[in-house]
Design a protein around this ligand. Structure first.
Ligand code: DGJ
Length: 719
C-alpha cells in the first residue's frame, strides 16, 4: 500500500514538473541535498544542479541546463569522458539521448531513480542509477551499460558517476600514504587540468591511496562550516577518481573502476554494472558529512551495522608465529581475565608439508600444523568455550605461497605470467578469482572450517599481496578482464559466505589498511585500519578514517608499539574504535592489568555512545600538539570525550575545549574515567555539573602540559 501511494506521488511529481516547464526535470534529493537533472531541447540529459536542497520547483525550472550528465567519447566535448565504447563496425562514438526515468521506493526513506539513456544510432543503453537515503543525506550512484549489437562491443571508459560542480575555488583532500602510514590527509587547491587519484593493486583498493576523498568549495575545508562533498567508491580493487577543472573553471568529478589495462568486451545483452559511488554534500562542514556517512553505514551498508561488536585479544603481536597449544591456552586465560569477548588466533596455525612458521611458506594449505596444534582447532574452540569466551580465526584464503602444496598441485589457479620469473610481494601470489573453480576453493576454506568447527565465532580475513605478474591462466585471451573479474569473483565468494553464515562476524584486513571500501564492508563487520598501532600514529590514522567510517568498523588494538606511551594512553586511543588487545597481559604490572580490565568494562558500558553515537572531531592532531574527539549517544544523555596531549610545548597556553552535540538545555555531570588505579583526576571540572550550553559555548579544560597524557571523560545528563 505504502509503495503504491509512493508511486502515485512520484507520477504526480513527474507530471507536475512536465507541466511547469514542458521540460523534463528529474530531481534526486535527500533532506539536505538536491541533485537535479534536466533534458535539453536536443534530447540529451544534463546535470543542472548539485548542492544544498532547493525547495521550490519554480526556482528549479529556472536553473540552467548545466553539464552533460554522462559525457560520451567522440562527440563535441574536449575533456575526460564518462564512457567510451567501440562498436562492431569500428565506430568509436556514442551519443546518449534521454529515454525515460522511473522512481522506486526501496525502503521507507530510500528512493531509487533510474534514468534511461540510449544512443540515437547504435543499440546501446546506459541506465544511470541514483539511490538516495533521505535522512542520512547519502546518494549512491552507479551505471548499467548494455547493448544489442551483433558481436561484443569494447568498453574503454565506464564511470560509475560523473558530477559537475561550479565554484570559484576547489580544495581537494586526499588520504594517501603507504603500509603502516595510511590515510595521511593533505589538502590542495585544484587548478586547470586533471588531478587523478587511482590505484592499480588489483586485489586491494589501497596501499598508497584510499578509495575516498573530500572536496571543499571556495575555501579550505572546515569542521563545522563550509560546503563539502565527500565521495567514496565501493570497489575492492583498482579505482580511479578524476578531478578535471575545465576552461570555464567548472569541475567534473569522474569516479569508478580504474580503467587502466581493463578494456572490457561486453557481449550482446550482457549487463555491465559499475560499482557504486557513494557521496554526500554538507553545507555545515566535514563533521556533518562524516556523521551522515556514519549513520548511513551503520543503518544500511556495513554487515551487522546496528549490532554490537566483540572485544578481543589477538595473539599476532603477542607471539607472531611462535606459539603452541599451551601458549594459546595461556593467552585465552589472559583474555578471560581481561574481560574481553573473544580470543583471536592469527597467522601461523596451518600447513604441514611446509609449516607456516614464517610468512615464507604454507599459505594455501589450510590444515592445522600437527606439530604446533596436535589437537587441532577443535581443542582450541573447546578451551575458549569452557572459559566462557568466543574463538576467532585468521585466514588469508585468496593467497598462496609458492612454497605450498596448493601451488604444487594447482599452479593453474595462480595469477602469474607463464613465461616469466615470478615476482613476490610478502613471498606470496594471488589466486585467480576470475576462475569459478578457484572461487569454490576459497569459499570451501571457510565452509570446511565452519563445518568441522561450528564453534568458530569470527574470522579475520587477510589479503596481503597486491596482484603481481598479472596474467590469468583461466581468462586466456581476455586478460584485460582480469582486474574486474577478479574483484567480481571475490564478491561471489563473499556473497556465498554471507548467505550460508549470515551471523558470522568478520574483520576485513589487508596487510594494514588495504581494504577499506564500502562494498567489502557489506560482508564484514569491521576493518583493520593499519598495521601501525603506535598510539600516536593511530590518533592520526583513526582521525583520517573517521571522515568516512564509523568507530564500530575500525578495529583498534592495544599493542606494544611505542612503549614510551603508557598502557593508559595506548588503551585510550584504541578505545576510540572497536577495542581489542594484541599483547601479553601477563607482562603488564598488576595495576596496568587492572587498568585494562576497567577500560574494557567502561568500553562495554559506553558503547551506545562510542560505537553507535555521533562523532564530533573537536581538536585536530594535524593542527597542533593535542587532539580531542567526542561521541554522543542518540538521545544526547551520554557522551564520551577523549583528549590526548601529544607533544605539548613548554609554557603552552591551554584553551578550554568546546564540546558539541549536547542538549544546551540539559545539565551534564563531568566525570573522568579510565583512571590508572590509585590515581585521581586532576581535572578541575571533574565531578561538577554544567549545562550543555556552557559546555558547548565556553568549554572545559581537558588538556595538560604533559607529554603523552590522555583523558577519557564521561558526560552524563543529570536526570
Ligand atoms: C597482516 C595483518 O595486517 C596483521 O594484523 C597480521 O594478521 C598479519 N598479516 C599476519 O600475517
Amino acid at each position: 500500500m505504502k509503495n503504491r501511494l509512493f508511486s502515485l506521488i512520484c507520477l504526480l511529481v513527474i507530471s507536475i514538473s512536465l507541466k511547469a516547464s514542458d521540460k523534463i526535470v528529474i530531481p534526486i534529493s535527500t533532506e539536505n541535498i538536491s541533485l537535479i537533472y534536466k533534458v535539453g531541447d536536443n534530447g540529451r540529459l544534463y546535470q543542472s544542479y548539485l548542492g544544498q536542497k532547493l525547495r521550490f520547483s519554480s526556482d528549479i525550472d529556472q536553473l540552467p541546463l548545466g553539464g552533460e550528465a554522462y559525457i560520451t567519447h567522440g562527440m563535441e566535448d574536449y575533456f575526460e569522458p564518462a564512457i567510451r565504447v567501440l562498436h562492431n563496425d569500428g565506430n568509436p562514438s556514442l551519443l546518449l539521448k534521454y529515454v525515460s526515468y522511473e522512481t522506486k521506493q526501496l525502503q521507507p526513506d530510500v528512493t531509487e531513480t533510474v534514468i534511461k539513456l540510449k544512443d540515437d544510432i547504435y543499440p546501446v543503453t546506459v541506465d544511470l542509477h541514483f539511490v538516495s537515503y533521505a535522512k542520512e543525506n547519502i546518494i549512491k550512484s552507479f551505471t548499467e551499460i548494455s547493448h544489442q549489437e551483433k558481436k561484443p562491443v569494447t568498453l574503454y571508459n565506464y564511470a560509475s558517476s560523473l558530477l559537475h560542480l561550479n565554484s570559484e575555488k576547489y580544495f581537494l583532500t586526499e588520504f594517501a600514504g603507504d603500509w603502516a602510514h595510511e590515510v595521511n590527509m593533505t589538502e590542495q587547491q585544484l587548478s586547470f587540468g586533471k588531478k587523478v587519484l587511482d590505484t592499480k593493486l588489483g586485489s586491494r583498493a589501497n596501499m598508497f591511496n584510499s578509495p575516498f576523498f573530500l572536496l571543499s568549495l571556495n575555501e579550505n575545508s572546515r569542521e563545522n562550516e563550509g560546503e563539502v562533498l565527500f565521495g567514496t567508491i565501493g570497489w575492492t580493487g583498482n579505482f580511479r577518481f578524476t578531478f578535471e577543472v575545465d576552461n570555464e573553471n567548472k569541475l567534473r568529478i569522474l569516479s569508478g573502476i580504474n580503467n587502466y589495462a581493463s578494456e572490457y568486451s561486453l557481449k550482446p545483452k550482457e549487463l555491465f554494472r559499475t560499482p557504486e559511488f557513494i557521496f554526500t554534500f554538507s553545507a555545515e562542514g566535514k563533521g556533518k558529512a562524516s556523521r551522515d556517512f556514519h549513520r548511513w553505514a551503520r543503518k544500511y551498508q556495513v554487515k551487522d551495522g546496528e549490532k554490537s561488536r566483540l572485544t578481543l585479544l589477538n595473539n599476532w603481536e603477542a607471539t607472531y608465529f611462535d606459539f603452541n597449544e599451551d601458549k594459546l591456552v595461556d593467552i585465552m586465560d589472559e583474555a578471560k581475565t581481561l574481560g574481553v569477548d573473544m580470543f583471536l588466533l592469527d597467522d601461523g596455525w596451518f600447513a604441514n608439508k611446509y609449516p607456516r612458521s614464517s610468512d615464507h611458506q604454507g599459505l594455501g594449505d589450510w590444515d592445522e600444523t600437527v606439530e604446533k596444534l596436535p589437537n587441532g582447532i577443535g581443542k582450541l574452540v573447546k578451551e575458549a568455550t569452557d572459559k566462557g569466551i568466543k574463538f576467532g580465526l585468521w585466514i588469508e584464503p585468496e593467497m598462496v605461497n609458492p612454497k605450498s602444496e596448493l601451488y604444487e598441485k594447482h599452479k593453474d589457479w595462480v595469477i602469474h605470467l607463464p613465461n616469466r620469473d615470478e615476482y613476490y610481494f610478502r613471498h606470496q601470489l594471488v589466486l585467480d578469482l576470475s576462475n569459478p573453480e578457484v572461487q569454490d576453493y576459497v569459499f570451501g576454506i571457510v565452509d570446511n572450517l565452519m563445518t568441522k568447527y561450528p564453534g568458530i565465532a569470527y574470522f579475520k580475513w587477510d589479503c596481503n599481496s597486491p596482484i603481481t605478474n598479472i596474467y590469468s591462466p583461466y581468462l586466456k585471451d581476455k586478460q584485460s578482464h582480469l582486474y574486474i573479474d577478479h574483484v567480481r569473483g571475490l564478491y561471489n565468494v563473499l556473497e556465498r559466505v554471507k548467505a550460508k553464515y549470515p551471523n558470522l562476524p568478520m574483520m576485513l584486513c589487508s596487510g594494514g589498511g588495504g581494504r577499506t571500501d564500502y562494498e567489502a564492508l557489506k560482508y564484514f563487520t569491521e576493518f583493520w585500519p593499519s598495521d601501525n598501532t603506535d598510539p600516536i600514529e593511530r590518533i592520526f590514522i583513526q582521525w583520517g578514517y573517521s571522515h568516512f567510517f564509523p568507530s564500530k568498523t575500525m578495529a583498534a588494538h592495544v599493542t606494544s608499539w611505542n612503549k614510551n606511551a603508557g598502557i593508559k594512553f595506548r588503551t585510550d586511543v584504541a578505545m576510540m574504535g572497536k577495542l581489542g588487545f594484541d599483547i601479553r597481559t601477563h607482562e603488564m604490572t598488576p595495576a596496568e592489568q587492572e587498568y585494562c580490565k576497567g577500560a574494557v568494562q567502561n568500553f562495554n558500558r559506553l558503547s551506545g555512545a562510542i560505537l553507535d553515537g555521533d562523532l564530533y572531531r573537536l581538536v585536530s592532531p594535524y593542527e597542533g600538539n593535542h587532539s580531542a574527539v567526542m561521541y554522543v549517544n542518540e538521545t544526547t544523555d551520554k557522551a564520551v570525550l577523549f583528549a590526548f596531549d601529544i607533544h605539548p610545548r613548554y609554557g603552552e597556553m591551554l584553551q578550554p575545549v568546546r564540546l558539541q552535540g549536547l542538549n544546551p538545555d540539559a545539565q551534564y555531570e563531568i566525570k573522568e574515567i579510565n583512571l590508572v588505579p590509585g590515581t585521581k583526576s586532576i581535572l578541575k571540572c571533574d565531578g561538577k555539573t554544567f549545562s550543555g550550553e556552557l559546555l558547548m559555548k565556553v568549554g572545559i579544560p581537558v588538556f595538560s602540559g604533559r607529554q603523552l597524557a590522555s583523558r577519557v571523560i564521561e558526560i552524563s545528563k543529570v536526570k
